[in-house]
Design a protein around this ligand. Structure first.
Ligand SMILES: [Cu+2]
Length: 442
């Protein structure tokens, strides 16, 4: 975790991104609202100690893109009944029975397939693919316009998974029929040393309120327009123009959960961490990546590496041996999930000489101090003092921001316009011991 990022990348990224980040921070100050980010779990329609049920309704709606476009989509609505992208995040517990009832209002038969789950039943029968059907399907579909089907399974392994339509997948997954499935370890809620972890182990613990899910996807608006107008889709001309995290493109990725101006895109992709603090914050954040697109997305945060602890719902281990590893850029393949732990470690705040918390001087290459940036002008994280005269200081409490984005840079665009797409910001707060009374982090 203490590996420094390659400095050249920080420099190049910082130089290119500084202007846009300044503009974005000015337009979207996180200070202005209570930040509600991170995983928001769907409320089950019923739950007991051993089972929980969900209701998903396949329906159509529209999502907004930052360049003013509005795109016709299909999606799974949750208990609110409102169309949303992606579908509700289902947070379940290993060993407990999960039932998902799918109600279809779309003009095509649709289904749900749960990759990585075993012995899934559909309406009480063993679920199975039917590739001879028209359209071919990997799971029992709900009939067009009004069908219903109930899938049941018992997740046996904690980790990050996706769910998506198993029917006519090229079309239906592109149209938006997908969501995230987080399987928690059985001891998640019961406490103990390994509680609040991704895999029920101390090495995969993460901080309270520090859980993030990034569902990565792409949109070719021509496909969506064809489906909306009931025309034949020209798949030979498939070319995605929008790239999304949680159904949003930068800068909408920064807005909080359930931002009122994104009524069908409820999930933020903003990440908010504190530096590793041996006294106050002993666990890192977890970022769970899910790729529902057609190509690999090389995703990376600036400023620090991530610790890859799981892939496809499996902890990286070999018997007792921990096979997790630090990676600056994580390639998330189509259909794959990757679990990473992330914390801010570019901090020399614990002074071993006088055994105290020291002020943190960030590396100059990490600090954008060109005279008019959002940064406070102080090289000290944790200080809000002395912005130069005439310069507005945009930050809240001495925190700063790094971008995180797809390094396939055409995926960090909105219809070709740079500084959009599959991109977000990571906010790093000063350690609590360095926060000041008059400018507390919120
Ligand atoms: Cu970058």
């Amino acid at each position: 975790m203490r590996t420094k990022l390659p400095r050249v990348i920080s420099r190049v990224g910082g130089a290119v991104l500084a202007g846009a980040v300044v503009a974005l921070m000015a337009a979207t100050p996180p200070a202005a609202q209570a930040v509600t980010d991170g995983v928001e779990c769907e409320t089950p329609t019923s739950a007991s100690g051993t089972a929980e049920s969900y209701m998903l309704t396949a329906k159509s709606g529209y999502v907004f893109t930052p360049d003013g476009n509005s795109i016709f989509m299909w999606g799974y609505a949750g208990s609110t009944g409102s169309f949303q992208l992606p579908g509700p995040t289902l947070c379940v517990t290993a060993g407990r029975t999960v039932s998902v009832t799918l109600k279809n209002t779309l003009p095509d038969p649709v289904s749900i397939v749960f990759p990585g789950q075993q012995q899934v039943t559909a309406d009480g029968q063993a679920d199975a693919a039917n590739l001879a059907a028209s359209p071919p399907t990997l799971a029992k579909p709900a009939a067009r316009t009004s069908g219903t089907v109930t899938y049941t399974f018992v997740p046996d392994k904690p980790g990050t998974y996706l769910y998506e339509s198993g029917t006519d997948q090229r079309k239906q997954v592109q149209m938006g029929l997908f969501g995230g499935l987080v399987v928690r370890p059985a001891n998640y809620a019961t406490g103990g040393a390994d509680a609040h972890s991704a895999y029920g182990t101390a090495a995969t613990r993460f901080g309270e309120g520090q859980e993030y899910l990034h569902i990565l996807s792409e949109v070719d608006p021509a496909v969506h327009l064809a489906v909306e107008k009931n025309r034949v889709v020209n798949w030979a001309g498939y070319r995605p123009r929008y790239f999304m995290i949680n159904g949003r493109s930068m800068p909408d990725t920064l807005a909080p959960n359930r931002a009122s101006y994104l009524p069908a895109q409820p999930y933020s992709a903003f990440v908010h961490v504190q530096p590793f603090d041996p006294n106050a914050n002993p666990a890192p954040a977890i970022i769970r990546y899910v790729n529902v697109g057609t190509v690999t997305y090389p995703f990376h945060p600036h400023g620090n590496s991530q610790r890859v602890v799981g892939r496809d719902g499996r902890r990286l281990q070999d018997g007792a041996a921990d096979l997790s590893y630090d990676k600056f850029l994580v390639n998330v393949g189509p259909g794959q999930t990757v679990d990473t732990l992330f914390s801010w470690t570019d901090v020399d705040m614990f002074d071993p000489i006088d055994n105290s918390l020291a002020e943190f001087v960030p590396n100059q290459a990490d600090v954008m101090t060109t005279g008019d940036t959002f940064y406070s002008q102080s090289p000290y994280l944790g200080s809000y003092a002395d912005p130069i005269q005439g310069v507005t200081s945009y930050n809240v409490c001495g925190e700063y921001y790094h971008v995180a984005h797809s390094h396939a840079l055409q995926q960090s665009t909105n219809y070709g316009a740079a500084m959009g797409g599959m991109m977000t910001l990571i906010r790093i707060d000063p350690p609590s011991a360095l926060q000041t009374v008059d400018k507390p982090c919120n």
